[in-house]
Design a binder for this molecule. Structure first.
Ligand code: MG
Ligand code: MG
Length: 300
């Protein structure tokens, strides 16, 4: 396989989609759909605020952890080493990020004590914190075979979340993003990835009823994301759909943003959102997306 410029453009759209979904969703994180409707009618602009008191266009841990991970992968020449990931996340935590999940904090503090980068398996660590930052791994392993992609995904995920439901979602997201970056249609990805993912892990079944108020539990997060992705036809409509469900809206926004960005591409990113996004974040996302795809040695 060789990299074509369309892949790089879709990789950039995925990374920007992640940041845009995070910035859009953070305003309404932990609100209910009813509270959002009361305050905004429909929340559709990047305006900051929210419980974190963000500046307009500011992003949260979903994006900043992804950027820390992406930098670590690039420093290792495109390889995903758990110890490098753990060091990068630890340095990120020392930088006093605006927010940090409980599972992530606990397991990074354990890493500081032990130097051991892999968290112990835990049935409780089924949050969405490893899935929200999986994109750089997907981009760096675009031309590897599926088994290698799954190993790389787990190496980064297990630093903080060593849990089968988190693993299933992280692997699914990475493989689906890769299909979209390579130009596959939603129909194909549904057949190849979405249907088998739900068949293998039926707790993720998402067709029964609309998932409102998705929590940080990866199962509810993915139900909301998949409903929004399949019921919309652009990045804007997908992200507006998912964040107006409330709950963990910055993270559903981030995951829906990477998938819909890769699927619909740069032309689908609303200019007013790109203008509102923190310019340093915007530039770093684009630079990393390109570098990660190119470091994947697709031409080898
Ligand atoms: Mg966040
Ligand atoms: Mg969140």
């Amino acid at each position: 396989m060789s990299v074509d410029s369309a892949w790089i453009a879709r990789a950039e759209a995925a990374y920007l989609g992640l940041a845009l979904g995070d910035a859009l969703g953070a305003t309404v994180e932990f609100l209910t759909p009813r509270e959002i409707a009361h305050q905004y009618d429909v929340h559709r602009d990047i305006r900051g605020g929210g419980w974190l008191g963000l500046k307009p266009g500011q992003v949260t841990d979903d994006t900043t952890m992804s950027l820390a991970l992406g930098a670590a992968i690039l420093a290792d020449g495109g390889e995903v080493h758990a110890l490098s990931c753990a060091r990068a996340f630890d340095a990120w935590m020392r930088g006093k990020p605006v927010d940090i999940g409980n599972t992530i904090r606990r397991n990074l503090i354990a890493f500081r004590r032990s130097g051991q980068p892999l968290a112990p398996p835990s049935e409780h660590d089924a949050g969405n914190g490893a899935a929200m930052r999986v994109l750089p791994v997907a981009l760096a392993t675009l031309c590897r075979d599926e088994a290698d992609v799954r190993l790389a995904v787990r190496a980064q995920a297990h630093v903080t979340h060593n849990n089968p439901a988190s693993d299933a979602a992280c692997e699914f997201i990475a493989l689906a993003v890769q299909d979209f970056v390579r130009g596959e249609a939603l129909r194909t990805v549904y057949r190849r990835r979405i249907a088998p993912f739900v068949a293998a892990s039926p707790q993720f079944a998402f067709r029964r009823r609309r998932r409102q108020n998705p929590s940080g539990w990866i199962v509810e997060t993915m139900q909301a994301v998949l409903q929004a992705l399949l019921e919309t036809d652009s990045v804007e409509s997908c992200l507006v759909d998912v964040v107006n469900r409330g709950g963990d809206a910055d993270t559903t926004g981030a995951i829906a943003g990477m998938l819909s960005g890769a699927l619909h591409g740069m032309r689908s990113l609303p200019p007013r959102w790109l203008k509102a996004l923190d310019p340093d974040v915007r530039a770093t996302c684009q630079r990393q997306a390109r570098a990660l795809v190119l470091c994947g040695r697709c031409d080898a």
